[in-house]
Design a protein around this ligand. Structure first.
Ligand SMILES: Cc1cc2nc3c(=O)[nH]c(=O)nc-3n(C[C@H](O)[C@H](O)[C@H](O)COP(=O)(O)O)c2cc1C
Length: 191
């Protein structure tokens, strides 16, 4: 499979088989992440891997935080469904930026710019993970609904930096077609 084929074949997967992911496949995915470009080659990513033995605790923490939000009158959005997806996936990788501060803290302009650069770098690393997963026959879901349990999950995972996203991985139990995209004519123009 070439790169363009992998880009076209990738889908967000929300149903996973229970089969575990071989250790070599997980290493290949993290190696792909590590090979992404990054601003000033800062490589501003840390990966915290949650495997099946820790999964019930991860889901408990996330579900409790969502329930708390709902009790406070907040809209849980898609977070309950996402937690259900994470419950099936044999592996969820959390991606942190160790140099960034929590989103609710006051940012200086310099901090804002460096985090803007780092977040792009982390996006590239995550996309590499998703494409490597395609190549290895694995499905993936890029997740930001973990923000509903931001403080609780970051504390439990033992990371002080900024939690940027999570990626659930596993063998896919569904084969969705391509999701709609805006036409290129709406998105790009020649000046
Ligand atoms: C930054 C980011 C955050 C996302 N967060 C979630 C999420 O929390 N839960 C979820 O089900 N999907 C999430 N997605 C997946 C998107 O919904 C999905 O990429 C989009 O609907 C297009 O579908 P496709 O990935 O199959 O092309 C996220 C995607 C990105 C890039």
């Amino acid at each position: 499979m070439n790169t363009l084929e992998a880009i076209a074949a990738r889908r967000s997967i929300r149903k996973f088989k229970p089969d575990p992911i071989p250790e070599e496949a997980l290493t290949a995915i993290l190696t792909a992440a590590q090979q992404a470009p990054s601003g000033k080659n800062r490589q501003p990513w840390r990966f915290v891997i949650v495997k099946e033995d820790q999964r019930p605790e991860m889901i408990r923490i996330m579900s409790e935080a969502i329930t708390r939000h709902v009790a406070e009158g907040d809209d849980p959005g898609s977070s309950e469904w996402t937690a259900h997806v994470m419950e099936q996936a044999p592996v969820t990788v959390f991606i942190f930026n160790p140099d960034a501060i929590h989103p609710w803290m006051a940012h200086s302009i310099d901090q804002n710019f460096s985090e803007l650069v780092d977040t792009q770098s982390i996006g590239a690393a995550i996309q590499n993970m998703l494409l490597a997963a395609v190549e290895l026959g694995l499905g993936s879901l890029w997740i930001c609904d973990v923000f509903y349990a931001y403080e609780d999950l970051a504390k439990w995972l033992g990371e002080k930096g900024q939690m940027v996203a999570a990626v659930s991985l596993g063998y896919p139990l569904e084969a969705p077609g391509p999701r709609p995209r805006k036409p290129l004519s709406e998105l790009a123009r020649v000046r």
